[in-house]
Ligand binder design. Structure first.
Ligand code: AGP
Length: 606
């Protein structure tokens, strides 16, 4: 994960930037840099590696300044190198960036055709170039910045310095958090409260689409439409900063909205957007196994169920998914050519650990998709495949779930390529589709939040709720039901849509909401038949679908519409309405959604 710190300050800025970047080291990075106004010009120092490497460069060539911008980079577009480290420079612009600019290639071609020259492989440089083009056209800095924002697509947080404007830092957020810090006669911009924590505890969290201009006297914040807005200034203690709720009422709400960022940072560990390839971190040859045995519990188990469809369909790799607490008790027939893959947010779940150890004792190689890199599971497996969702505080797993599905999807593409089921061109296409997920998650969250609200009121009155889905959406139906159970204490069951007529249909009446998760994919027609079976029995249907599916929705079904997306990333996008529904129902019933009764965040007993 990348880190951003900007300071329009009154003291030496370089040591302050370094201090802040050190606090962001937990986010993981592979290069670092700082830019500052020195004698009326913009200058910068960058280093591949760690903060100490940047400090060594600064010791050799100090930057004497009071306004500057710092960054730690986790490489997405372009290998870790000084040339690709941020800040990226173009003309009078120095820019730092966290996220992915999806349409950078087309913009880069357009800018090159204008005669602009590039020095890096990064997507970030394209944004710096766009801002400089605006400045050259005579635009004021904020207008050049805003014009550039209007050209880019993706999930990002940005910070920019403009030569000749020493008392100014520009920032923008879409899909990746950014905060404004208020000091005494100085101002700050940071990736999170922790970044600005050494300098101030008075913080505003920018909202999706906001952009901001800060100077010594304060901040001018604008919303996505360009209208000036106020964002509340909150007191945030530095210690709480790492697990701060931001503008949200609960960690669950914050972590649901963290998902574009969590997805993007997880993708950084599996995809090379320039080469258009997917790979397991540190590499893994999927031709050395002939079966994948996924072991997990709860939400992580449902992530495995969702991914099984993709991995078998794409890679032709036989994939079993099993509840860890059941697996070893049936004395399964496994072979050394099976890879045991644990999926776990905490990396401490006793059932999953026990199943992993059983596999290890049988001579299987073991891997784990884990969100906690220092966990027991991380230390015990042969292969650590991380998710980078950041700390998940809410007991209900949301961003970890989509991060797990993200990692499993990337691994499915890598396995398909390794097993020659797809060619390099198809791999590149699938990688590009997956890179759209952070933006589409952001758009889905914006699109469904208000749609779900009236439905949440209906569901909150129910005693029982059914969730139905086919294919990967069956796993999502199970996850949606679990979220509702955990978040609101309402009984809910997830079922394969085709199974409903084999029994659960007996439950259907006007008081039992049936939530059907159905993209307009090749399962859609059959799922519509299942919906008709429910409606014929006075059942109340809530159809979660996309625009094309909504056009075919039965008249008396309530519909929640998510953005159109490729089937590859539908499980990610379609998770958001189910999560938001569980959250809104739980809150409406006064449940403690962050720490529901009887639940623990990590179940370390079998
Ligand atoms: C998720 O909402 C639940 N709290 C629970 O099912 C959880 O997913 C399960 O306990 C597994 O935890 P892990 O991912 O840390 O292994």
């Amino acid at each position: 994960m990348c880190g951003i710190i900007g300071i329009v300050g009154v003291g030496p800025v370089a040591p302050r930037v370094v201090e802040s970047l050190r606090r962001l080291e937990y986010r993981g990075y592979d290069s670092a840099g700082i830019a500052a106004h020195v004698g009326g010009r913009l200058d910068r120092r960058r280093a591949k590696g760690k903060i100490r490497d940047l400090e060594a460069v600064l010791a050799e060539e100090p930057l004497h300044a009071t306004t500057g911008l710092g960054h730690t980079r986790w490489a997405t577009h372009g290998a870790p190198s000084v040339r690709n480290a941020h800040p990226q420079k173009s003309g009078r612009v120095m820019l730092v960036h966290n996220g992915i600019i999806e349409n950078f290639a087309a913009l880069k071609a357009e800018l090159k055709a204008m005669g602009r020259e590039f020095e890096s492989e990064t997507d970030t440089e394209v944004v710096a170039q766009l801002i400089d083009v605006g400045l050259e056209a005579g635009k004021a800095p904020i207008d050049a910045f805003k014009a550039a924002l209007g050209r880019i697509s993706g999930a990002y947080a940005l910070g920019a310095l403009i030569e000749g404007h020493e008392n100014l830092i520009l920032g923008a957020r879409r899909g990746s958090p950014l905060v404004v810090g208020y000091g005494e006669g100085e101002m700050f911009l940071g990736s999170d409260a922790l970044a600005v924590g050494p300098f101030t505890h008075r913080i505003s969290y920018l909202d999706e689409g906001d952009f901001v201009a800060i100077d010594h006297h304060g901040a001018r914040i604008f919303d996505a439409s360009g209208q000036p807005v106020e964002r509340a200034i909150r007191a945030v203690s530095a210690s709480a900063a790492l697990v701060e709720k931001g503008n949200y009422r609960h960690f669950m709400e914050k972590e649901i909205h963290d998902q574009p960022d969590a997805c993007q940072h997880t993708l950084s560990a599996y995809l090379d957007p320039i080469a258009g390839v997917a790979a397991a971190p540190e590499g893994f040859d999927f031709t050395t196994i002939d079966r994948l045995q996924i072991l997990a519990c709860g939400t992580a188990y449902y992530a495995g169920l969702v991914a099984r469809y993709l991995i078998e369909d794409l890679a032709g790799l036989p994939t079993d998914v099993e509840v860890a607490s059941e697996f070893r008790y049936r004395n399964p027939a496994v072979a050394p050519s099976t890879l045991a893959l644990a999926v776990s947010q905490s990396g401490e779940t006793a059932d999953t650990l026990a199943a992993l150890r059983w596999c290890k004792a049988k001579g299987l190689r073991t891997a784990a998709i884990v969100n906690a890199p220092e966990s027991t599971m991380s230390r015990e497996v042969d292969l650590l495949w991380p998710t980078h969702a950041g700390p998940e505080v809410c007991v209900l797993s949301t961003k970890a779930f989509t991060a797990q599905v993200t990692a499993l999807t990337a691994l499915g593409i890598a396995a398909a390529r390794a097993r020659a089921r797809i060619d390099a061109e198809e791999e590149k296409r699938l990688v590009e589709v997956l890179l759209e997920a952070p933006r589409l998650l952001s758009e889905a969250l914006e699109a469904v939040e208000d749609q779900v609200r009236p439905i949440a009121l209906d569901v909150s009155r129910a005693r029982d709720v059914l969730y139905l889905g086919r294919g990967p959406m069956f796993g999502l139906a199970l996850e949606g039901a679990l979220k509702l159970k955990e978040g609101s204490y309402i009984h809910a069951e997830g079922y394969a849509a085709g199974e409903m007529k084999h029994g659960p249909i007996a439950l259907i009446d006007e008081d039992t909401p049936v939530i059907v998760v159905a993209p307009s994919d090749h399962f859609f027609e059959k799922t519509m038949s299942n919906i008709s079976e429910v409606i014929a029995r006075n059942g109340s249907v809530i159809l979660v679908t996309d625009e094309r599916g909504a056009a075919h929705a039965p008249a008396n079904a309530k519909v929640v519409t998510v953005p159109e997306c490729d089937p590859l990333i539908a499980p990610l996008i379609f998770a958001t309405p189910l999560q938001l529904l569980a959250y809104q129902v739980g809150v409406s019933k006064g449940a403690d959604v962050d720490q529901p009764r009887n639940l623990a965040k990590s179940v370390t007993v079998e």
